[in-house]
Design a protein around this ligand. Structure first.
Ligand code: NAD
Ligand code: TDX
Length: 336
């Protein structure tokens, strides 16, 4: 396995990026991390607070800023790119920052990777493959055609295609991972699981879109981190790997599990307006990652992961409280 001693993690103050920074600090003591993060509404420096100063440095800035990239990329041996606008509902209300950060931002990073010849790992989503029917036996595989549905997923798909083309044309050393829905600590309260947990804490009824039968393939964010690390250090150049942990569940089942574990009635929620273009089902076939790189998820007990996540939000109200009111005001305007 390749060792990288000096890596840049973009979006390292967001949910999944910060969990990856914690993972690297804990498991790979030889590696120094430079976090590059713009600190948008979704980025919070508290997510990486308390980590040793000699292991993690925060640079506040925009991935679209090529002069900044010229200053910080030299001297690093790899970039792991998490920074993105990540929320589908926001992308429907205003796609502009999605095109900027997800497409233009990735382009600027690829140009820096080309100029300074650094290893690049691109973090993406299973949503690039579109959606599956509930009763379809098929799951997503790395070579499936791209068929994104939303402004968010189409901007991520665009960024993946830039990576593939820059790799083939300029011979960059890159890999791509497409992961399913993450849950765990530090996830923004706009997302499904934290939104419902914090609503229940606040005595507000959780909100379920459409008929609630949409299926997501849940993975604990720490398992996503170990998958990305394995691909970064052992993956074959130019390859795409899918990260998923056989965690398919309908939204209504997830919501009822949260209600039950928080001592509430199974029907104590509101049905709200469906998301336009709402993808029906995502499901990952992880064979390539498991067989080629020997990756194994550790958090395979969803109920246990959910209990830990509920406990985390109960214990970290000071972390999520500042974002809660504005998030719910935005949803209320959309009838959600
Ligand atoms: P997030 O919204 O929690 O965090 C995004 C981070 O990127 C924030 O810290 C934000 O400040 C930063 N950022 C945004 N624009 C930036 C810019 N122009 N320059 C520098 N930093 C910028 O997102 P997340 O849920 O942690 O997702 C991280 C990545 O993982 C994204 O690329 C997303 O597409 C991908 N992904 C997410 C999931 C999921 O379930 N959340 C699943 C698969 C893939
Ligand atoms: O209040 C809600 N009620 C509800 O029913 C919210 C916020 C969501 N939902 C539904 C919509 C989805 O079917 O729950 C499901 C999950 O919703 P999100 O948390 O918004 O996630 P999703 O749209 O599936 O996308 C997530 O996984 C893939 C991440 O936000 C993306 O960044 C990632 O690429």
């Amino acid at each position: 396995a390749e060792e990288y001693k000096n890596i840049i993690v973009t979006g390292g103050c967001g949910f999944i990026g910060s969990n990856f920074v914690h993972y690297v600090v804990k498991n790979h003591p030889e590696t120094h991390v430079t976090v590059l993060d713009k600190l948008t509404y979704a980025g919070n420096p508290a997510n990486i607070e308390g980590l040793p100063k000699d292991r993690v440095e925060l640079v506040v800035g925009d991935i679209c800023d090529s002069e900044l990239l010229d200053r910080i990329v030299p001297g690093h041996d790899a970039i792991v790119h998490y920074a993105a606008e990540s929320h589908n509902d926001n992308s429907i209300a205003n796609p502009d920052p999605f095109v900027q950060t997800n497409i233009v931002g990735t382009y600027r990073l690829l140009e820096a990777v080309r100029k300074y010849d650094v290893r690049y790992h691109h973090v993406s989503t299973d949503e690039v493959y579109g959606d599956l029917a509930l009763d379809e036996p098929r799951r997503f595989r790395p070579d499936d055609p791209y068929k994104p549905s939303s402004p968010y997923s189409s901007s991520k798909a665009s960024s993946d295609l830039l990576v593939r083309a820059w790799t083939r044309t300029y011979g960059l050393r890159t890999t791509i991972s497409n992961c399913s829905n993450n849950y765990g600590p530090y996830q923004h309260v706009e997302k499904f699981i934290p939104r419902q947990i914090t609503n229940i804490i606040d005595g507000v009824r959780p909100k379920l879109y459409g008929d609630g039968k949409n299926v997501r393939d849940w993975i604990h964010t720490e398992d996503h981190s170990s998958g990305v690390w394995d691909i970064l250090t052992k993956g074959r150049m130019g390859e795409t790997y899918l990260i998923g942990a056989d965690g398919e569940r309908s939204n209504i089942d997830v919501l009822r599990a949260i209600l039950e574990r928080m001592g509430r009635d199974a029907d104590d929620f509101d049905w709200v307006r469906d998301r336009p273009g709402h993808d029906r089902r995502y499901a990952i076939d992880n064979t390539k990652l498991v067989e080629e790189l020997g990756w194994k998820p550790r958090h395979t007990n969803f109920s246990e992961g959910l209990d830990q996540t509920i406990a985390w939000y109960r214990e970290h109200e000071d972390w999520w409280r500042p974002a809660k009111e504005a998030t719910e005001a935005k949803y209320a305007k959309q009838g959600q």
